[in-house]
Design a protein. Structure first.
Length: 354
């Protein structure tokens, strides 16, 4: 039986690998390697517990650091593990430093690399995720694209061999966990089970690394006449503290990061979602909730083209007007991300590979 080495390291990858790992283990041996890029309990271990992901066979405990330092340490440690376990294939997910490091090590060791969520592009190379995507796609042998747009973008880069349109594994995860999430008591715990609310997430460097930008964004959220639940990323919280940014409005309620099931419950019951996260944009669509994207671009162009999401960029003063427009706009109810069986399709493709 072939052995697949699955490499993960950050919150979005835990969500994506959960449905795929369930399918992989029906037909293959799987070695699960956690780089430790995310290590806070609420950003890591909680997801393994909630999503029933098997305990990692290896936890490299890389932790945080500058991009070069973090990626370099991953390369060193991942090479040791892959030389030891000698897998038949390396599986990576998404667009983090863990993704690129895993792909590079696999390719250098002449181990075929499979990239789940291949072909996404924001066309903003200031985003480290964009560099990670481009590098990973360029060295991967098997590219599992979530949308037709992703397939087309790969073709524009002359990447056509080994490309498969599978649908989005995050949609698989959403469908599998949606009813389970209804058992979450997060609304009662936050005292909002009978109150309408918005949901906000902020973590990308373009919104957090400039104190003036983050201050303007937090100030805009404070002045919205709505209750906003804001599960705050540890990095964002630390930067707010360093910049001396305080929240003075009771309408903007900061909470600790929440687990995946709690987050699904919040997303499903929110009136509107404001986020700079690619994954949360999609989950908002899966939940049928309109989304304001706190970025000037998105990889998920289908959501903007069909009215489910609107790009705000750094023009935060537009947020109140865009919220009003959403109330009157129609959203085209089209399925962009497959039929919820992307994980099985991926494994069936791997079964037919010599």
């Amino acid at each position: 039986m072939k052995t697949i080495a699955t490499i993960v390291g950050a919150r979005p990858q835990f969500i994506k690998c959960a449905p795929v790992s369930r399918e992989i283990r029906k037909d293959f041996d799987e070695i699960l390697i956690h780089t430790g890029q995310h290590y806070d309990h609420n950003m890591s271990q909680a997801f393994f517990e909630e999503l029933n992901i098997p305990e990692p066979d290896f936890n490299l405990e890389i932790g945080s650091g500058n991009h070069g330092e973090q990626t370099g340490r991953m390369l060193i440690e991942l090479e040791k593990v892959l030389l030891d376990v000698k897998p038949d294939l390396v599986m990576v997910y998404g667009d983090t430093n863990s993704t690129m490091a895993g792909a590079l090590v696999g390719a250098k060791l002449q181990i075929p690399v499979a990239h789940v969520e291949a072909g996404l592009r924001s066309f903003n190379r200031k985003m480290p995720e964009e560099i990670n995507r481009i590098v990973t796609d360029s060295v991967s042998k098997y590219l599992f694209a979530p949308t037709q747009t992703a397939v087309d973008l790969l073709a524009r880069e002359n990447i056509t061999t080994g490309v498969y349109l599978t649908g989005d594994v995050m949609y698989d995860a959403f469908l599998y966990n949606s009813q389970i999430a209804e058992k979450s008591a997060v609304l009662e715990r936050l005292g909002i089970n009978s109150r309408p609310f918005f949901l906000a997430t902020i973590h990308r460097p373009q919104n957090t690394d400039d104190s003036n930008v983050l201050k303007a964004l937090i100030g805009t959220l404070e002045h919205l006449n709505e209750l906003i639940i804001f599960p705050i990323h540890p990095r964002t919280r630390n930067l707010m503290k360093n910049y001396g940014i305080t929240v003075n409005s009771p309408n903007l309620r900061l909470t600790e990061p929440v687990g995946y099931l709690d987050m699904l419950k919040l997303e499903k019951h929110a009136k509107l979602i404001l986020t700079d996260s690619g994954g949360v944009q999609k989950e908002a669509y899966f939940a049928g909730v309109p989304c304001l994207v706190l970025r000037p671009e998105t990889e998920w162009v289908e959501l903007v083209e069909h009215g489910w999401a609107k790009l705000i960029g750094s023009e935060f003063r537009r947020i109140p007007a865009e919220i009003e427009k959403f109330a009157d706009s129609a959203h085209e109810n089209t399925t962009f991300f497959g039929d919820g069986h992307a994980s099985r399709k991926i494994v069936e493709i791997l079964q037919n590979i010599p």
